[in-house]
Design a protein around this ligand. Structure first.
Ligand code: RP5
Length: 165
């Protein structure tokens, strides 16, 4: 799965079973017209490809990696170990342990190897964080993020209206 232009964000996950969770990251990127690619790159089942993906990502022109995995979720951390790019980790909730296992696997990175971890299952925030990272060097994209935030505030105010009346 890849959007038409050269991808700026790589969305990877440990299994296709993660896609129903991870798709929200792609949706957020589409809302901001950010080109992305999406693929399965399992840290445990295809470690060589996973390392190659991480090592090649910067050279291929990617600017941010969003990595989601469930259970023993080593994918985001291992990618962060071999790429200079910012890596955003998405803890995918599985049937057991409600995603706490995924969260703890992803969030407790050793000093020097950061992974920006979003809340359990919150791939939308991963997509939005990737947009903010890209917007740091892009005034037009920053303006779009500001407009998005204004819309969020309007929607929250409208909810208050409903409660008050
Ligand atoms: C992890 O194992 C994947 O990220 C997925 O969340 C989990 C289960 O994978 P499947 O057995 O559904 O392929 O590596």
């Amino acid at each position: 799965m890849t959007s038409a232009a050269s991808p700026r964000v790589g969305i990877v996950m440990g299994s296709d079973s993660d896609w129903p969770t991870m798709e929200a990251a792609a949706t957020a990127l589409k809302e901001f017209d950010i080109a992305y690619e999406a693929d399965v790159v399992s840290a445990h089942r295809m470690p060589d490809e996973m390392l190659a993906y991480g090592r090649d990502a910067h050279g291929r022109g990617l600017e941010v990696i969003i990595a989601g995995a469930g259970g023993a979720a080593h994918l985001p951390g291992m990618l962060a170990a071999v790429t200079p790019l910012p890596v955003i980790g998405v803890p995918v909730p599985l049937k057991h342990l409600d995603g706490m296992d995924s969260l703890l696997s992803i969030v407790q990175m050793p000093a020097g190897v950061p992974v920006a971890t979003v809340s359990i299952g919150n791939a939308r925030n991963a997509g939005l964080l990737a947009v903010r990272i890209l917007a740091a060097g892009d005034a037009a994209l920053t303006e779009r993020m500001i407009a998005f935030q204004a819309d969020l505030a309007d929607a929250a105010r409208a909810k208050g209206e409903k409660v008050r009346n």
